[in-house]
Design a protein around this ligand. Structure first.
Ligand SMILES: [Zn+2]
Ligand SMILES: [Zn+2]
Length: 299
């Protein structure tokens, strides 16, 4: 008797996850420390606000390390099907941190609008902001590449957060330049635009991670593709019932498949294994349950 699902160690994946965790935690720690120091030296309000954002990034990085560590653990008696749901859970936490950054960006823009002043002082504070944007952009490039390779909702969400931090800094820079050249309103307007962009991202990544946690189904086109693949397996008459469900970033498929009523159990078993193997060729499919039924059975 076996109690947990088969597990094949994936050393390359584990290595990529480690790299992503190290870059995210290390990068955010470096940024929080650097900005904290510069804020302390220059008393720049803008750098103080940015340092606060970096500290909240460090907090989610720590949670992300714990969450991803859990997510890549082999299946065990406590989680016999594996730990994939930890991924979108951490993704949701990162989303909350993004929402906080968006709220701060909007609040700062409103405060600056009321005060009528530009946000970032020229000189050291501005260089720090631009250097931090450059580092975050590098983090965005690496993390989004690894996230796509691993199909990891935690990492793609983290990459989106990196990009939103880049835009916040760049908008602060453009705002300062334009407010001296065009109008002092340019700065708060740039801040509000970035806040709006961040909230749009919060909505879409939040929705995606929630779907992975709550058992959302695949799109109709995808389901049709799975039905066609299952019906192409020799011995399968038709598929009359199919349900899909995201468990973590991958799908469970539950199919009712008709085969000829006189098929022997051995042959039916082979057909069932072939259907499962065919469907698992799709990278988005994690596991497949096949229920065999005779001839015209439709229940
Ligand atoms: Zn079997
Ligand atoms: Zn049925």
């Amino acid at each position: 008797m076996r109690w947990v699902r088969d597990y094949v160690p994936q050393p390359e994946q584990t290595r990529l996850y480690r790299t992503a965790m190290l870059i995210t935690l290390g990068g955010n720690l470096l940024l929080a420390t650097g900005k904290g120091l510069v804020a302390w030296i220059t008393h720049s309000a803008a750098i103080y606000a940015d340092a606060a954002n970096s500290i909240s990034d460090v907090v989610y990085s720590l949670l992300m390390v714990v969450g991803l560590y859990m997510a890549i653990q082999p299946p065990d008696l406590s989680h016999p099907q594996g730990h994939a749901r930890f991924e979108p859970l951490v993704g949701l936490i990162v989303t909350l941190s993004m929402a906080f950054a968006g709220y701060e960006a909007a609040r700062n823009a409103v405060v600056r609008f009321a005060a009528g002043g530009a946000s970032v002082e020229m000189g050291l504070p501005m260089y720090v902001l631009l250097a931090s944007a450059a580092i975050k952009f590098g983090m965005f490039l690496v993390i989004s590449r690894i996230g796509k390779k691993l199909n990891s909702p935690t990492l793609t969400t983290t990459a989106t957060d990196n990009l939103s931090d880049v835009l916040t800094s760049v908008a602060a820079f453009i705002g300062v330049v334009l407010s001296s050249l065009v109008s002092p309103l340019a700065d708060p307007i740039a801040g509000l635009l970035v806040a709006a962009w961040i909230f749009k991202q919060v909505y879409s990544v939040g929705k995606e991670n929630l779907g992975f946690l709550t058992g959302k189904g695949a799109s109709m086109e995808e389901v049709q593709k799975f039905v066609a693949a299952a019906e192409s397996v020799p011995g399968v008459l038709r598929v009359h019932h199919i349900m899909s469900e995201y468990v973590g970033p991958k799908l469970i498929l539950d199919l009712h498949v008709n085969v000829a009523g006189e098929t022997t159990l051995s042959n039916a078993h082979t057909i069932s294994d072939n259907v499962a193997a065919r469907l698992k060729e799709f990278p988005e499919v994690d596991r497949v349950y096949v229920h065999m039924e005779p001839d015209d059975w439709t229940d």
